[in-house]
Design a protein around this ligand. Structure first.
Ligand code: PLP
Length: 379
């Protein structure tokens, strides 16, 4: 216990958010005031992601949203385009197959964002898809896909879009309505910086109608996004809401609104740019060639040190828990998760200092001091 945790989700949870959890307890089904509270939190989230579409908060962390979107849209034999330039991007295929959809991949290298020209060329040949899945920021590598180009293009072909913005939302701009996104998924524990446990989802009119027009009912209850309609008018949640998690989420959203979303996005951008420049000048390599998300930076760790070894050493000696990556990148990449509450000077400066000490203990000689390089680019 008492270790300092600095990972690309779950992120640091501010004290006022932790205290908000304990504010009160009620019966969320019978206490009608809670319906207003819930609806108001949803409305505030909608204002941050620029949508007039309904927003819902589901009781289950990010993955629930990914599965629910696929469960609700997919019918047997539906062709689904899985846009794959990262581990989460490809990972959507499991959910599509689980609900008996037919997966077609649009794959690209994992060290760069989706190139709209190739996607265009692909769609000119084959565009018969019910929906497409795309990840906003693919967290294991930190690649950021340009939703402002991808989603309107898919819409031209009448392909619905399911966007996983679990690690993008609040750290990167999303304009749901302008970019014609049908379903956007967010998680409480990433840039929103509230405790793990909730999914945020928004549904366009096209998405709602597609779910209504299904031939067969959705398999399962918990993952059926159709069950949320009119919960407010009927004063009936599909299941008992985890109100203390929602109290925390509401406070975390207010923190964003108090700071103003433009300032929050700008804070992420400044810290991310300074981090990337400092890492490069220090003599380490970034994993990505381009398309850097401002929420996480993936740093290649030299083979003779190893990302896992560095992570363990830093935890043992400095009591700081950092994250490496997933899958084949687990021992290759160290991730600096400067998202949400983590994207603050008091934390990033400390973490860069610890990373430098850890690397130096293990024999790496950088050019200068990492924190000084960061400061040079930040100020
Ligand atoms: C974190 C995350 C999720 C949710 O998965 P976890 O089980 O909480 O790790 C989904 N998509 C992306 C891109 C994420 O970063």
């Amino acid at each position: 216990m008492n270790k300092f945790v600095y990972t690309p989700g779950p992120t640091i949870v501010r004290e006022n958010v932790r205290l908000a959890m304990a504010k009160y307890a009620t019966n969320p089904d019978l206490d009608y005031e809670f319906y207003d509270f819930y609806k108001n939190t949803c409305k505030k989230i909608g204002s941050i992601i620029n949508t007039k579409n309904p927003v819902y908060i589901l009781g289950g962390e990010g993955i629930l949203g990914l599965e629910a979107a696929c469960a609700s849209l997919t019918e047997e034999g539906d062709r689904v385009l899985v846009i794959d330039n990262g581990i989460f991007g490809r990972g959507f295929d499991d959910f599509v197959k689980m609900y008996k959809g037919e997966v077609v991949y649009f794959s690209q290298a994992y060290d760069e964002p989706i190139d709209i020209k190739y996607l265009k060329a692909f769609l000119e040949k084959d565009s018969n898809f019910k929906y497409a899945t795309i990840v906003h920021c693919d967290t294991p590598t930190g690649v950021l896909n340009d939703l402002s180009q991808i989603c309107p293009l898919l819409k031209e072909y009448n392909i619905l879009t399911v966007v996983d913005s679990v690690s993008g939302m609040v750290g990167e701009e999303i304009r749901v309505d302008d970019w014609k996104i049908d379903i956007v998924l967010g998680g409480s524990q990433k840039a929103i910086s509230s405790p793990a446990g909730l999914t945020v989802v928004t549904l366009s009119e096209d998405a709602v109608n597609t779910i209504k027009q299904r031939k067969e009912p959705v398999t399962g209850f918990y993952c059926n996004l159709g069950i949320w309609e009119n919960y407010y008018e009927k004063k009936c949640f599909p299941y008992t809401m985890p109100i203390n998690d929602i109290l925390a989420l509401d406070r975390a959203i207010d923190n964003v609104l108090d700071e103003k979303i433009e300032n929050v996005l700008n804070r992420h951008k400044k810290i991310a740019i300074a981090t990337r420049n400092a890492i490069k000048e220090y003599g380490l390599e970034l994993y990505l060639k381009e398309g850097y998300s401002n929420t996480v930076t993936s740093v290649k760790i030299p083979k003779n040190i190893g990302a896992l070894n560095l992570k363990d050493h830093i935890l043992n000696k400095y009591n700081v828990l950092l994250a490496t990556s997933l899958g084949e990148y687990e021992d290759k990449i160290l991730r600096i998760g400067h998202m949400g509450e983590n994207a603050k000077l008091e934390y990033i400066i400390y973490v860069l200092n610890v990373i430098e000490n850890g690397l130096s203990d293990l024999g790496f000689k950088g050019n200068g001091k990492l924190v000084e390089l960061f400061n040079k680019y930040y100020f």
